[in-house]
Design a protein around this ligand. Structure first.
Ligand code: ZN
Length: 204
């Protein structure tokens, strides 16, 4: 399990892409690849691809602060909150091919908790950007750290990368695991162990 210590880069807040321009670019790509964009099966492809990429990169255009702020609550609950097996789909920024898998996110609250549905939502927002798995892991962890000021945050991501699998760059197809431990999850071996043990137990 790799541990990354550096902070993630600043978040991007991009404008909505122009669908017509995206479409033109994808039509050019088809031509360049030796295809005939006018043939029946491909006529609507540039428009479909443009729409798909708008969705796959929609995470650039979401106000994360607002999304979390509306679901912050003050509670005296101080045990571990764990949301595991969050399915995510992202796109690697090196090849623009998918990587996908499961995220496990835990935090130890310090008076503030966040609505549970916001955690998978946060994973999805960051996943819907061009990513590397390492940065995706950090962005989820540091955002929770920043917004909740909890005693600790733990994030583990397990993912399969189609840029490796489809291109044959890797012979074994085991998932890649990344993790980020902050606060007590980093400092206290017992807390970290409790989290990792919980991940091993069977889902309900
Ligand atoms: Zn890649």
């Amino acid at each position: 399990m790799s541990r990354i210590k550096s902070k993630p880069p600043k978040r991007v807040d991009a404008a909505e892409p122009d669908p017509a321009r995206l479409e033109t670019h994808f039509r050019d790509i088809l031509t360049e690849l030796g295809e005939d964009p006018k043939r029946e099966g491909l006529q609507k492809t540039p428009a479909r691809v443009a729409k798909a990429w708008q969705e796959l990169t929609s995470g650039y255009r979401v106000d994360i602060d607002a999304m979390i702020n509306e679901a912050l609550f003050t509670e005296c609950y101080d045990e571990m909150v764990l949301v595991r097996d969050i399915t995510f789909y992202s796109v690697c920024e090196h090849h623009m091919l998918p990587f996908f898998g499961r995220a496990h996110v835990a935090y130890l609250p310090d008076q503030k908790i966040v609505g549970l549905s916001k955690i998978p939502k946060l994973v999805e927002i960051y996943a819907r950007r061009l990513q590397v798995q390492e940065r995706l892991t950090l962005e989820i962890a540091y955002t929770l750290q920043e917004k909740l000021k909890p005693r600790g945050v733990a994030v583990v991501l397990e993912a399969r990368h189609l840029c490796m699998e489809m291109r044959g760059a890797e012979s074994h197809l085991s998932p890649t695991t990344t993790s980020c431990m902050l606060g007590v999850f980093k400092q206290d071996a017992r807390t970290r162990k409790e989290f990792l043990e919980l991940l091993k137990s069977k889902p309900v």
